[in-house]
Design a binder for this molecule. Structure first.
Ligand code: TZP
Ligand code: MG
Length: 202
């Protein structure tokens, strides 16, 4: 059941096009029900067929696929949600375009931003990086106690991200959603990686 907190994000290097569908299936088979397509390389047109296939696969598992940054791609592929950061446009506009979607908002270490995002219709807010991230090496780290503060202040789910792995996941287990990239897709078996992460939440 702890595996349901995990939120697994794809990566331009760790989940290449030739294996991303098989990797997605393995993540779903391991019990994860929230996934994100995070692609910083390809065009929306290029990604559309892939995203449609990933959405269809997630639907089979009653899982949800959230698209990083790309609101129009999420709309065109009928994805379950979108995740936006500071540079990805206004939350109000995104909510108007996708009234029923899950909308996640990056809040870094900023609780005020999270409160405003909740008021403006965010479905969840994400904080991080909590630890140095192999995937996004230059992000600032934020203190762990923001998780408790956010949980006490907000009513929507609190998501954490950044350098989370099987050895440190116990430190963020209070969060509602726990995002990982490298700890899920690092070499070795994805199934084993997910099981190791879930064990840290026991
Ligand atoms: N935002 C902050 S850290 C990060 C993003 C998208 C990447 C997280 O990847 P990893 O490999 O789990 O540290
Ligand atoms: Mg972004």
């Amino acid at each position: 059941m702890y595996v349901s907190k995990l939120y697994v994000l794809t990566d331009d290097i760790l989940t290449p096009r030739e294996s991303i569908m098989a990797q997605t299936k393995e993540v779903l088979d391991a019990g994860v029900r929230t996934l994100q397509l995070r692609d910083k390389t390809h065009s929306n047109a290029d990604l559309l067929p892939l995203v449609k296939a990933m959405v269809a696969l997630c639907n089979v598992y009653d899982a949800r696929l959230i698209i990083n940054d790309r609101v129009s791609l999420a709309l065109n592929a009928n994805a379950h949600g979108v995740h936006i950061g500071l540079e990805d446009g206004s939350l109000e506009e995104v909510r108007a375009l996708l009234p029923d979607a899950l909308i996640g908002v990056s809040c870094y270490g900023d609780l005020e931003r999270a409160k405003k995002a909740q008021e403006a219709g965010a479905s969840y807010v994400a904080f991080g990086s909590f630890f140095p991230s192999p995937t996004k090496p230059h992000t600032k780290t934020v203190p762990l106690d923001i998780i408790g503060q956010a949980k006490a202040t907000l009513s929507i789910p609190v998501c954490v991200i950044g350098g989370i792995n099987a050895s440190n996941i116990h430190l963020v287990k209070e969060a509602d959603m726990i995002s990982v990239v490298s700890a899920a897709y690092k070499p070795d078996s994805i199934t084993q990686n997910i099981q190791n992460l879930a064990k840290g939440l026991l």
